[in-house]
Design a protein around this ligand. Structure first.
Ligand SMILES: Cc1cc2nc3c(=O)[nH]c(=O)nc-3n(C[C@H](O)[C@H](O)[C@H](O)COP(=O)(O)OP(=O)(O)OC[C@H]3O[C@@H](n4cnc5c(N)ncnc54)[C@H](O)[C@@H]3O)c2cc1C
Length: 327
């Protein structure tokens, strides 16, 4: 959270969740009282989860939380990392799903003591997504490198239920065949074959179906109301929220995108706050740079050459494990 008046606010910490709450945390409402403008740029740091039967309970984690534990090397008993099993289902078909799948494989494969302790084979990672391989949002390179690292890809599957043992441990995930993800107008409207069910054995499920913002920091600010999608609305041009002194920047302003979008929105937001406080507009200045790299050349119209399509079937890692019908 960056405020316009005080440099000290850069070090201000806000309570974003009960576990993160510290005595030194500063409430957003208090920051607003002592500042003329406040920018919230807390990102989208919480995994989105699809509410399905069996989803609540042990063995089911958010992908962003898992990556955070790995990045911070949090291996305490409560960490996602410590609770990871040996047969993992990652649900999602984007780059984040691949980040998670490949990270799982590396952790399981590289954690010698843990593997030895369990006398286990290297864990299996099954990546299941709604889209067909051609439609998957993940970059081609992620799919190919994920395959090289051992990620088993199961496209065109939508999650139905997480199966549990009588003791409550995860034992598998039931999926239904996804026949189509987008409708004729290219809107997200998945169509399923309810009778074509697939069960994939698993002891751990990790969600990678998107991120959402943690807006618990808004408590005490009645003039800041999230919309039905869980985002705090703001003006697309000024990034100003319904409260005139509060502005948004980055993923919290428009949902998860790319780093470069967050940087651009930060600049836009700074211009907007300046205008709000001073009444003076700063116009955007664009600089175009074209560098000729000596000795570098491509064949004519290189950018227009279509990408090579994927080879069919198992050669890029799709698996038929658990399938009832051929496809
Ligand atoms: C797994 C994953 C992989 C990605 N890979 C790429 C990629 O390869 N290339 C790419 O361009 N983009 C990638 N992205 C997207 C990119 O990371 C985001 O779009 C970008 O980081 C958003 O920037 P931001 O400043 O809005 O938020 P963030 O970078 O998320 O930063 C938010 C900051 O706010 C802090 N914060 C959170 N809550 C509070 C609080 N209550 N009080 C105070 N501080 C708080 C956080 O600690 C953090 O420092 C990826 C995202 C994910 C989840």
């Amino acid at each position: 959270m960056i405020s316009s008046k005080r440099k000290s606010s850069l070090s201000a910490r806000l309570a974003s969740s009960s576990s993160a709450t510290r005595k030194s945390d500063v409430a957003l409402a208090d920051i607003r009282k002592s500042h003329a403008a406040t920018i919230i740029a807390v990102g989208a740091k919480r995994s989105r989860v699809i509410p399905i039967a069996g989803g609540d309970g042990s063995g089911v984690f958010g992908g962003v939380e898992f990556l955070r534990d790995v990045a911070l090397y949090d291996r305490g008993p409560a960490s996602t990392f410590s609770q990871l099993g040996q047969r993992i289902v990652v649900i999602g078909g984007g780059n984040v799903a691949y980040d998670i799948s490949r990270t799982v494989i590396r952790q399981v494969g590289h954690d010698v003591s843990r593997s030895a302790l369990r006398q286990a084979n290297v864990g299996q990672v099954h990546l299941c997504c709604l889209e067909s391989v051609e439609e998957m949002p993940a970059d081609d390179i992620e799919i190919l490198e994920g395959h090289e690292e051992g990620v088993e890809l199961h496209p065109s599957l939508g999650p139905v239920e997480i199966l549990r043992t009588p003791q409550g441990a995860v034992r598998g995930v039931v999926f239904k065949r996804c026949l189509r993800v987008l409708d004729e107008n290219r809107r997200f409207a998945p169509l399923f074959d309810e009778n074509d069910l697939v069960t994939i054995d698993a002891d751990t499920v990790i969600w990678a179906v998107g991120q959402q913002t943690d807006l618990s920091l808004l408590s005490g600010c009645k003039d800041l109301e999230p919309n039905e999608r869980g985002f705090l609305p703001c003006d697309a041009e000024t990034l100003q929220t319904t409260a005139s002194d509060v502005f948004l920047a980055g993923d919290i302003a428009y949902g998860p995108r790319l780093l470069i979008d967050a940087v651009a929105s930060g600049k836009k937001c700074a211009r907007s706050v300046h205008a709000h406080l001073s009444g003076q507009q700063i116009s955007e200045r664009q600089t175009f740079v074209h560098l000729n790299i000596a000795g570098f050349s491509r064949e004519k119209d290189y950018e227009k050459i279509p990408r090579t399509s994927f080879p069919p079937g198992d050669s890029y890692g799709t698996s038929t494990a658990g399938r009832r019908t051929p496809w």
